[in-house]
Every structure is written in structure tokens, then in C-alpha cells.
Design a protein around this ligand. Sequence first.
Ligand SMILES: NC(=O)C1=CN([C@@H]2O[C@H](COP(=O)(O)OP(=O)(O)OC[C@H]3O[C@@H](n4cnc5c(N)ncnc54)[C@H](OP(=O)(O)O)[C@@H]3O)[C@@H](O)[C@H]2O)C=CC1
Ligand SMILES: Nc1nc2c(ncn2[C@@H]2O[C@H](COP(=O)(O)O)[C@@H](O)[C@H]2O)c(=O)[nH]1
Length: 327
Amino acid sequence: MENVFDYEDIQLIPAKCVVNSRSECDTSITFGGRKFKLPVVPANMQTIIDETIALKLAEEGYFYIMHRFQPEKRLDFVKDMQERGLYASISVGVKEEEYRFIEELATNNLTPEYITIDIAHGHSNAVIEMIQHIKKTLPGSFVIAGNVGTPEAVRELENAGADATKVGIGPGKVCITKIKTGFGTGGWQLAALRWCAKAASKPIIADGGIRTHGDIAKSVRFGASMVMIGSLFAGHEESPGETVERDGKLYKEYFGSASEFQKGERKNVEGKKMLVEHRGSLKDTLIEMEQDLQSSISYAGGKTLDAIRNVDYVIVKNSIFNGDKVY
Ligand SMILES: NC(=O)C1=CN([C@@H]2O[C@H](COP(=O)(O)OP(=O)(O)OC[C@H]3O[C@@H](n4cnc5c(N)ncnc54)[C@H](OP(=O)(O)O)[C@@H]3O)[C@@H](O)[C@H]2O)C=CC1
Ligand SMILES: Nc1nc2c(ncn2[C@@H]2O[C@H](COP(=O)(O)O)[C@@H](O)[C@H]2O)c(=O)[nH]1
């Protein structure tokens, strides 16, 4: 690969403005046949999303992916969302019981509009076989598969039937995969996204490493249709993580899906827990994200997200760890 860089190493270059107000810029995206207000999805993690937030996001026209860590609630969740006339978007793993769950959905005539196969090392036969099982059993579901970090993986999962792939191994804020295994896209997630996007024939979700709203525009520039974000969504009053007070200041807990806090045991731990500053309501952040992205579109010289996809850029430096502390 020629150039290796990450979000903090890139600046996009402005083009002549064609709008009189940023409010003219449209941040919406069509993904899996539905139109959403933003190309952004909160991470499918237990301290980021719950049923209440999922419902709110669907009602308000945002994309969501429910996590898979309370498996027994998923069937009723799908039923409930669809009874309300909303789309259902859930996650699954690859273990034997997940095959039975997919069959149970079919037996109950429930087809979730979106199913995300969510495992750490998505370039595997386990994911390929699960894609094929879902496509055979629930052909109407839009299948997102991941996570991966190479063009070969994107192509293989697409060829197996995935409708979109999720790119990002190790760039997450509570991720310690890069430290514990030496592998991943941590420190060069944006370049990995570009590398994968060049090979992709279907949409890509850029997952992990977003630290500022400007990183959303950069992800779009380098090939993302959607951007999955954890840490920036962790600190809201609605966030499911515990609220903690330290020296008179409020924080929210944010932990990795492969942390001992999620797993309940210290085996193959590749995630950690941290405290994130409390930052008000989720709605306000989504509005600010939209305004910032409207501004990005205006700097790109257009009126829609597509304008961002073609702007020039410069590489300003290169560093690892995305500004995060090692532990
Ligand atoms: N995006 C990222 O960088 C990462 C994300 N995560 C998140 O953590 C959660 C748990 O992930 P995961 O542990 O995969 O889920 P599971 O615990 O459901 O494991 C899925 C299956 O894959 C196997 N597996 C896990 N990692 C590997 C590997 N490196 N090589 C071969 N087999 C493997 C597991 O077996 P066994 O456990 O016995 O090996 C298990 O059979 C997910 O939500 C995932 O997205 C975790 C790490 C990195
Ligand atoms: N290596 C690990 N990655 C994890 C874990 N739990 C979640 N994740 C990934 O992080 C992103 C969110 O990243 P952020 O930078 O926006 O906070 C999430 O979508 C997962 O892909 C984990 O335990 N280990």
C-alpha cells in the first residue's frame, strides 16, 4: 500500500461554495433501501445502544444497529419494532445457537430489515457460512458483515452474499486488540478504509476511531457509506452505561464488547472500560453532527454528501494510536 495515514493526518481541501447557507446542504444517505438523516450509526455495543435509543433513532429517521448481548430479547425486539411500522436492525454472532435464532425468526415470519454479523475477526469461514445461512433462511434481510480490514476480506464477504461490509479491526477507543495482538487497522484506519473501499462493490461501514465530527466527512471522502461511532455517543444522558460521579463531575461508563465487563470473565479480553465525560442529550449531538456535516458539504463545494467523495486532500503528518493513551 502506498500511503498510510489516519484521521488526524488528513485535511480535506475546500472547493468553491455553491450554497448561500449551510442549511441548504443535505446530509442524508440511502442505505439498504432506506433513507437516513445522517451517514452515522451508533456502535452496536451495550453501553451505546438499548431498545429505547433504537426506537427513538428509528422514529427520528436515523440508522441504528441493536447489539447482540441480550440474545433472548432480540425476537420480541424485532416484532415490537415492526408492529410499530419501524424497521428492525439487529446483530448476531456466529455460534451454533445463532443459526437456531435465525431459523426461529423465519418460523415466526419475522424478517429483520437489517442483520449485522458482528465478530472481531470477520474474514473467516464462520462469517461466510453465517452470511449464507441468513441469505438462505431470511432472503429479505440486508446483511452487514464484519469486521474486516483488507480488500480480500471485503471481496470474499461480498461474494458470499453480504450486502455491506464493516471495516475496522482495532481502531476503537476501548479497543486493546492492537496492543494485545499486534494486529489491526489501529493508527491507519482511514488508509485501510480507502484500501478496502477501492475493492468494494457494495457499501462499506467505517467502524471505529472517530474522534471528531470532521472525521465523519473524512470517512465519507475515503469511501464510507456509513460511519459507526462508539465513544462520541457514550456520554449522553440516554446512554445505557452507568453514570458515575468523580470530584463533582459526571461521567458515563463505556466498555468494549470484548472486555471482561461484557464477557463476565477474563478470557480472550481485547477491550477495556473507561469513563467518558457526560455531554447532555443524544438529540443535541445528532443535530450538531448534522450541522457540522452540512458545513463539510459546503466546504466540499456541493449540496449533498457526494460532493465530499471527490475533494482533494493533503497528508499533514503520521502518528499512531489516534491520540489515545495506550491503556
Ligand atoms: N472491531 C474490532 O476491532 C473488535 C471488535 N470486537 C467486538 O467484541 C465482540 C466480541 O467479538 P468476538 O470475540 O469475535 O465474538 P464471540 O465471542 O461471539 O466469538 C465469535 C466466534 O469467533 C471466535 N473468535 C473470536 N476471535 C477470533 C479470532 N481472532 N480468531 C479465530 N476465532 C475467533 C470465537 O471463539 P473463541 O473465543 O473460542 O476464539 C467464537 O467462536 C464483538 O461485538 C466484536 O465486534 C472484539 C475485538 C475487536
Ligand atoms: N478491539 C475491540 N474493539 C471493540 C471492542 N468493543 C467495540 N469495539 C469496536 O470499537 C468500535 C467503536 O469505536 P470508537 O472509536 O468509536 O469508540 C465499535 O463499533 C467496535 O467495532 C472491544 O472490546 N475490542
